[in-house]
Design a protein around this ligand. Sequence first.
Ligand SMILES: *Cc1c(COP(=O)(O)O)cnc(C)c1O
Length: 406
Amino acid sequence: MDDLKKPNSLKNFPDEHGNFGHYGGRFVAETLMPLLIDVNKSWINAQKSKKFNHELNYFLDHFVGRPSPLYFAERMTEHFNGAKIYFKRDELNHTGAHKINNCIGQILLAKEMGKTRIIAETGAGQHGVATATVAARFGMNCIIYMGHTDIERQKSNVFRMELLGAKIIPVYSGTGTLKDAMNEALRDWVSNVDDTFYIIGTAAGPHPYPEMVREFQSIIGKETKEQILKMENKLPDTLIACVGGGSNAIGLFHPFLDDESVSLIGVEAGGKGLNTKFHASSLNGGRPGILHGNRTYLIQDDDGQISDAHSISAGLDYPGIGPEHSWLHDIGRVKYVSINDNEALKAFQMCSRIEGIIPALEPSHALAYLSKLAPTLNKEHIIIMNMCGRGDKDIFTVAEKIKEKI
Ligand SMILES: *Cc1c(COP(=O)(O)O)cnc(C)c1O
């Protein structure tokens, strides 16, 4: 968190109001403003605090299991007979994905602020599980807002959260999914200002959350840079990551934003296809609007109502995207592509067989794009893909889909 800031650096964003160009900001009720200002103050102090950084590093090393390896995917490289492929192995983290990097950071901040009650929203339950995990570790009360439809669909994660001591509050408004849960969590926060901290699970929400989550996830890109320089003695040519709200992607990309030779590719979930209503591609299939306290690209209907997102992977099933990605898309620094359910499903099976790694369905989208790209490149070209989660949670979904096809 101590990168020297150069003038003209793409890393200098957001500005002090939380703006990334036209995106980001703080679109919240008046009653929420003082809370966000308070979080921002503590966040600014925490970044400068030796004690905070020491604790953060301690828990990342010993609780999460960092650094995660950078792994040469030798068999997949041979299979595609093109670019040299590496995986950043964030699926090896405690709880099986990158989300815990951010949850550890935010709960330490909550502790600094003297908060004792943690709230979070969750869709598929993965952020809920990561939040419940850190709340248990730090002995804090934990309330998870979850749409009733999602509770029905994600029973095993609900049970996991309960085992970890969290209380799940079902949300019945709207369609009973992620965006409704986010609204409820914000409402709770306003009425429980004194003791409560809201842990947001992706690089979205009102300022300073997009910046804060990015900084906590940037450990992924910082380690990657060090590791690849050691292994290959040069920077990679291409980085690929899947994009839901965008936290694992921005975490990998951010330390490379000023390295012009490195191309950056974010992979959105195309669901059943961009020409249907069933996708989660905010950039390729949406337009700017306001959700969850920030301005960003959203999937919405003709009247500007936010649509429910669809993807085979629950973690990409978010109707928006972090504001920094909207900006990076507009200025062209990152290229965003879309991969549909079936392509991701194929990549899931391919990676399991070829590399002995069962990937989560989310990074399977990145793998599917990699499968198209790698064969078109030469052997000197280095691609690093963020393996941001493991697939154990997805095996039943995949089993059902494979059966359907037969
Ligand atoms: C939650 C999740 C995602 C999507 O979130 P981002 O903020 O876009 O990273 C992607 N992959 C996995 C494994 C997840 O659990």
